[in-house]
Design a protein around this ligand. Structure first.
Ligand SMILES: *[C@@H]1O[C@H](CO)[C@@H](O)[C@H](O)[C@H]1NC(C)=O
Ligand SMILES: *[C@@H]1O[C@H](CO)[C@@H](O)[C@H](O)[C@H]1NC(C)=O
Length: 446
């Protein structure tokens, strides 16, 4: 009796020591010009897999429209770094949810263990690693089939995971513009550590763009990676997982990510863990990747990449003519967004007696406090504003105009100055954004 009790106690202790590891990876975009996000996501899958996390503990969701795109010079392959013989990260990249299934709701349901298919089934002793790569703006990140994931929903999701005892420690690496705005609620003692590619006021950066997006001598025609993402994964690829602490990785990656400010939120005690506690280390080291050169502000990528294509195409060729058209459409699409959001500010300011009201609301950087107001207004832009076919985004937001999520923050925090309620501001947006318009370049849809 006593012996079996001791055995049972020992088993519990052993069980407790054997924390399981889980990983959830999501890429939020679609379209060949967003190649880098799916390359990052498959690379993240490879890193998790190689480090020994069993396949049934890794959940990957992405549109999966890039590897087989007619624009891909290497059909069925994806590369996350340039070179003569870089690894094909698509080979063996097992995607659990693809195409239309990939939505913000699915992401939340996977994390809280509610998705009907494969989802996170972690317990109170487990270590969970989450990685999201895509476009974002203050308080919002994008999903390829909508809707947005708002900071309000992400906070609720992490709270629910905490209440359901779904982790001992959770590490969230997020690559997106203004991603530093997505974790305002994390506490110092709840076991969650979030690391973001940028602070709450700046873009994140793509890398291996333009002349650096070359594999086996061929131009891929799209950036191969994102700067923060390739930096942490190349650090993992060095195979030091079992000895390197998370805080050491953060220090290394912060230095390498020299175009934006890598930020850390939440429970700093998690930083003392070794990377291997989240991604079992193997000690296997990889070939050093080339330096992350030709990095471009994410908001400019679609334009600069089309300028590059035009500049490098042979004079008089059909490619050059096509690239010219793409470039002009990219510029026009961008101007459309500038005009649209300017109009929104003009409507908001129309009856307000404040010097340079439009300029102030477009430029200010108020801190997001009224989360409910922002949730409502960003949802209104998603539902009411014209969809950019050029960007292939589902609602009124796209990788470029998400920078104006800050303007909605300014509206919410400036309600008193504007003399407008959230409901009034929703009307302002509707007025600037008549529903059912769509714009852009349908022929670019693959
Ligand atoms: C991509 O193409 C390969 C080869 O034709 C095919 O086996 C695979 O199912 C395709 N994948 C997708 C997502 O369409
Ligand atoms: C940023 O890092 C890249 C890649 O290591 C390097 O080529 C570049 O010179 C660095 N830029 C600055 C401003 O430090």
């Amino acid at each position: 009796m006593a012996a079996s009790k001791i055995l049972a106690a020992a088993a519990t202790l052993l069980g407790a020591a054997e924390a399981a590891k889980w990983a959830v990876i999501a890429a939020g975009s679609k379209g060949f010009f967003n190649y880098r996000h799916q390359a990052d996501a498959c690379h993240a899958y490879q890193v998790m897999k190689k480090s020994g996390i069993p396949e049934d503990h890794i959940i990957l969701m992405m549109e999966d429209d890039v590897a087989n795109s007619t624009e891909n010079p290497f059909p069925g392959q994806l590369f996350n770094e340039p070179g003569e013989n870089p690894p094909d990260v698509y080979a063996g990249c097992k995607i659990d949810y693809r195409g239309r299934d990939v939505t913000a709701k699915l992401f939340m349901d996977v994390l809280t263990g509610k998705a009907p298919g494969k989802c996170l089934k972690s317990g109170p002793e487990d270590h969970v690693f989450i990685n999201f790569v895509d476009h974002g703006g203050v308080g919002i990140i994008e999903f390829p089939n909508g809707p947005l994931l708002h900071v309000k929903e992400l906070s609720q999701t992490l709270d629910e995971m905490k209440q359901k005892n779904m982790f001992k420690q959770l590490v969230f690496y997020m690559e997106a513009c203004e991603s530093g705005s997505m974790f305002p609620q994390l506490k110092k003692d709840d076991g969650i550590l979030a690391v973001t590619a940028a602070n709450s006021q700046e873009s994140s950066w793509g890398t291996y763009c333009e002349s650096s997006a070359k594999v086996k001598g061929k131009d891929i025609g799209s950036c191969l990676g994102d700067l923060f993402s390739v930096n942490w994964m190349q650090d993992d690829d060095k195979g030091m997982m079992s000895s390197e602490k998370i805080k050491d990785q953060i220090a290394t990656v912060s230095k390498l990510t020299n175009k934006s400010h890598v930020c850390v939120f939440g429970d700093n005690s998690v930083e003392e863990e070794t990377i291997g506690d989240f991604e079992l280390g193997t000690g296997e080291s990889a070939v050093e990747a080339p330096p992350a050169e030709n990095s471009v502000d994410v908001r400019d990528i679609y334009l600069t990449q089309s300028i590059y294509a035009w500049r490098t195409a042979a004079p008089g060729s059909a490619e050059k003519a096509k690239a010219w058209k793409t470039m002009m459409k990219a510029a026009a699409d961008r101007q459309f967004d500038e005009d649209l959001f300017t109009k929104m500010a003009e409507h908001a300011c129309a009856d307000v007696n404040l010097h340079d009201c439009v300029g102030k609301f477009m430029r200010d950087r108020a801190e997001l406090k009224d989360i409910d107001c922002h949730y409502s207004l960003s949802g209104q832009v998603f539902g009411q504003c014209p969809v950019s076919l050029f960007h292939r985004s589902p609602g009124g937001w796209n990788g470029y105009n998400m920078k104006y999520s800050q303007m909605l923050v300014n509206f919410c925090e400036g309600q008193a100055v504007l003399g407008k309620s959230t409901e009034d501001l929703r009307k302002v947006i509707a007025k600037a954004c008549p529903l059912s318009l769509s714009r852009g370049a349908p022929e670019l849809l693959v």
